[in-house]
Design a protein around this ligand. Sequence first.
Ligand SMILES: [Zn+2]
Length: 242
Amino acid sequence: MNRKTFLTTSLGLLGATTWSKTIVKEKYTSGQLIGKESLKLYSHKIPLLTIAGIAFEKMQKAALKEGIELKIISAYRSYDQQKSIWNRKFLTNKKAGLESEDNIKKIIEYSTLPGTSRHHWGTDVDLIDGSKPQEGDVLISEKFHQNGPYVVLRKWMDQHAANYEFIRPYTNNSERKGFYYEPWHYSYAPIAIPMLKAYSKLNLKKTLATTNLEGSVSLSEKFLKKYYTENILGIAKELKAF
Ligand SMILES: [Zn+2]
């Protein structure tokens, strides 16, 4: 282990100890966990649960002092919003000739099945630096690396996000399975951890049974089991500390 890896790992562990004190112990309904129940959100500009919203605003103010504008591209998303993203992608891929199973595989590189998105919880946020030019698709990992416009933001978040209890679930750790690396996506750990714990107790097949979902016939028991293990649990270990 080189020095840099060691430092990051130790900081991660320190962070985990801090969160266990601030973990929000509440009961979550299955409706809340799958985006089918509306949540009370902090504000129109910061559509996160209140506690997460307050923490986000503090982080935003600190970043702004360094000239970085934490701009939310997406935070809370309902089941129906996720379903329209899913159906749109499915139909586009279908037109391009992809069979159902390959189609789903392609969608879940970056997008979740409706009912399984961390964005349903009001704890997760996709960010860019609003002080930088915004052209075309902004949530692309290249834009957060090398000479990309959001490198400064990513580096600032690497150093400071954990102080505000925001953690990146979809890391670039090559051992992680599931969704691809998303340098723009952060979770508010004190609520996202217990929510995942509550989520882990749901019956996924029963919970996801829905109407008008494109490709739903291909969502076998076997697929869902793999999806749960690799995609839903394919996140930074700090966010699975329950
Ligand atoms: Zn996201």
